[in-house]
Design a protein around this ligand. Structure first.
Ligand SMILES: [Zn+2]
Length: 278
């Protein structure tokens, strides 16, 4: 019965608005876009920035989605739906991986295949086959996927996007430098993959309005940020899936319940009243 009530929810309640390139706004049902980084064997000690999720937890989350008949969309498919204005199929989910860690291939890919989900992986074009030097200082640098691993995943329907050339914080750059990170990585990945690269993810989530313009002008069709109140085409909100180790919070996030509560005028009034009281 749980299954039916969730289906009714997702169809009756309008989700966040998608702003199209033309500026028109169309409400679509809540669409969870999940963000992962590393998938590791065991998770011991600290986990800075929720960078890692254990293999067990990752499998549990995909099983939850598969059991409830969620269907995976790539960001390219999502962009196509936004262009055509077609309704998003009920129970769609977009699964994304940032950085292109080697364990996306060794650990996540087999589970994605087992449960029949596709995904979009954001690669750092200047560091393919190397290590995540940008993690140094927070945690150890980890190995990244090499070309043959990327090609193997692509052969099985995994989609790839850009996560810049060097994984630097883009808002700190000049516009020319940022343009180089955004546009050059697209060119490099297109040469590598022999196909168009349509999706971008902002390193560290930094997505100022001028950066969003640069991403759009570089020819991308969508871009992902981090958790926000709404989906904008060039700053899509993502659920930080590795942060949800408890079943209830995971459920609230993935089904959009948390998002609907955030949009609720009553909750908003309550929040601002509480802020006013201090
Ligand atoms: Zn990253």
């Amino acid at each position: 019965m749980k299954y039916i009530s969730e289906t009714e929810n997702s169809e009756k309640l309008a989700g966040p608005a998608f702003t199209t390139e033309a500026g028109s706004v169309s409400a679509v049902p809540w669409l969870p876009i999940l963000m992962y980084h590393r998938v590791v064997d065991g998770l011991e000690g600290s986990n800075p920035y929720n960078l890692s999720i254990s293999l067990d937890r990752f499998e549990m989350q995909l099983r939850y989605l598969a059991d409830r008949a969620y269907r995976g969309l790539t960001l390219e498919e999502l962009a196509g739906k936004l262009d055509s204005g077609d309704k998003m199929p009920a129970r769609s989910v977009v699964i994304t991986f940032d950085d292109g860690y080697k364990d996306t291939f060794t650990h996540a890919f087999p589970i994605l295949q087992e449960y029949g989900f596709t995904a979009t992986v954001f690669l750092v074009s200047g560091h393919i086959g190397e290590s995540s030097s940008w993690d140094a200082g927070k945690t150890d640098a980890s190995p990244l996927m090499d070309r043959s691993e990327i090609f193997e995943m692509a052969r099985h329907g995994i989609d790839f996007g850009s996560h810049s050339r060097t994984h630097t914080s883009l808002p700190a750059l000049t516009r020319d430098e940022a343009r180089n990170e955004v546009a050059q990585s697209k060119t490099e990945l297109e040469q590598l993959m022999g196909r168009k690269i349509n999706a971008f993810a902002y390193p560290f989530g930094g997505a100022t309005p001028w950066l969003q313009d640069i991403v759009r002008d570089a020819g991308y069709s969508v871009a992902c940020g981090i958790d926000q109140r709404r989906h904008d085409r060039f700053n899509l909100s993502r659920v930080d899936a590795a942060a949800y180790t408890g079943a209830l919070r995971w459920r609230l996030n993935v089904t959009g319940t948390k998002h609907r509560l955030r949009q609720s005028p009553l909750i908003r009034r309550l929040k601002s009243a509480l802020t006013a009281i201090g």
